[in-house]
Design a protein around this ligand. Structure first.
Ligand SMILES: Nc1ncnc2c1ncn2[C@@H]1O[C@H](COP(=O)(O)OP(=O)(O)OP(=O)(O)O)[C@@H](O)[C@H]1O
Ligand SMILES: [Mg+2]
Length: 365
């Protein structure tokens, strides 16, 4: 997957900007607050996912304007594509002249992986960050997954609403049975997707981490089901989740929320035998985040048969030179957009195109 042309109009501080990137490494550099991350963010939007910075579409529109437009020409599977995104109150995607019914219909058309200092939150933060990581990564390669996610969220919202109703004596407990059954079925289905993904990503991430640590340490990923089911069989998993929902029913009514299911699951990340979140050093956590992100890119490549576009926002200065070299070595054959304040960290690269940005505009190429 290679971007051949890019244009943004009224996207945050990018009033009008055009870019004809190199199929290899593109370095976008400039001082703080000039629009580097805005470019990365606007490219990322073509994954069909929400922005990695906000869920409010209107924040993406230049202040004082009513619409932001971004267009992307890219090749995928040997075909040229023209994608357009218009952001007003909602997002609207067009691919090769045809409007997509919803942004979700654009999932899977363009794949990209973003790595930035905030990627560390996958390792450091609460389980919700790791679930978000999994949900985005899986949606990109299995667009149907996002439909199941949406369905699950609706069932969960209904079950939670009923819990509140029961708590004030407005409904009987056994009304929950129907929701428990649906939640268990849909939840087990989601879990299957996640287990498959983790299985594949874990193998690749472990290999990468081994290399980063000079063969000294091991990285282990394990998907943990909040229902404490260790099954990998969907039917059995449904039964286990249903039983767990029933077991936790009283507590759920007291707390007015559902305490088991994929919305409470976690991805355990271990360095050696210890949880990376609680025990790993900053450097080890960074290596783990880098391994996970590179694994995400490789899984996309394996499943879709195309190299995703790599977006590296402000990461070079955070990595020591050995890790910088390794990262660039891994990404030798990929199209990369890399942002930084100055080009010293990338001077070791042999072929790359630079774009200096100032106040949302490029200064020569
Ligand atoms: N909706 C908007 N309308 C106008 N300007 C905006 C909007 N949203 C953000 N900006 C501005 O865009 C500018 C550039 O932001 P961006 O995050 O791309 O900077 P950057 O070059 O990545 O900086 P840094 O090196 O600090 O990461 C900021 O000054 C911000 O105020
Ligand atoms: Mg930035």
């Amino acid at each position: 997957m290679v971007i051949t042309g890019y244009r943004a109009e009224h996207f945050r501080n990018l009033k009008w900007i055009e870019l004809f990137p190199d199929p290899g490494v593109n370095v976008i550099f400039g001082e703080n607050g000039q629009g580097k991350t805005n470019i990365i963010e606007s490219i990322w939007m073509f994954t069909g996912c929400h922005s990695f910075r906000t869920h409010k579409h209107t924040e993406l529109i230049e202040k004082g304007q009513r619409e932001a437009k971004v267009s992307l020409s890219f090749t995928a599977h040997g075909m040229d594509n023209d994608a357009r995104l218009s952001i007003q109150q909602k997002r609207e995607f067009m691919l090769n002249g045809a409007v997509k019914e919803s942004p979700r219909r654009f999932l899977g058309e363009f794949q990209s992986v973003v790595f930035s200092p905030t990627s560390l939150s996958i390792v450091q933060d609460a389980p919700a960050e790791r679930r978000r990581f999994l949900d985005i990564a899986i949606s990109m390669i299995r667009p149907a997954y996002s439909t199941h996610l949406l369905k699950y969220a609706k069932i969960l919202a209904n079950r939670n609403a009923l819990l509140k109703h029961i708590a004030i004596g407005g409904a009987q407990e056994d009304y929950l049975d129907a929701w428990d059954e649906q939640l268990a079925r849909c939840g087990a289905h989601l879990t299957m997707y996640r287990l498959h993904y983790v299985d594949e990503a874990a193998r690749i991430a472990a290999e990468i981490y081994k290399e980063i640590s000079g063969g000294k340490e091991d990285l282990r990923l394990e998907y943990q089901q909040s229902s404490r089911s260790f099954s990998v069989d969907e039917y059995e998993m449904t039964e286990n989740l249903f039983t767990a929902l029933q077991r936790n029913r009283e507590g759920d009514i007291r707390r007015l929320q559902t305490s088991v299911g994929p919305h409470k699951d976690d991805l355990l990340i271990q360095v050696g035998d210890l949880s990376a979140r609680s025990y790993a050093s900053q450097g080890q956590q960074r290596s783990a985040a880098l391994s996970l992100k590179l694994a995400e890119a490789y899984v996309i490549k394996d499943v879709c048969g195309e190299y995703p576009v790599i977006l590296l926002d402000d990461v070079m200065s955070e990595l020591d030179s050995a890790r910088q070299n390794l990262l660039l070595e891994y990404l030798k054959n990929w199209q990369v957009f890399l942002t930084c304040c100055d080009t010293t960290h990338v001077s070791r690269l042999q072929n790359f195109k630079t774009f200096r940005i100032e106040n949302g505009m490029f200064f020569g190429e």
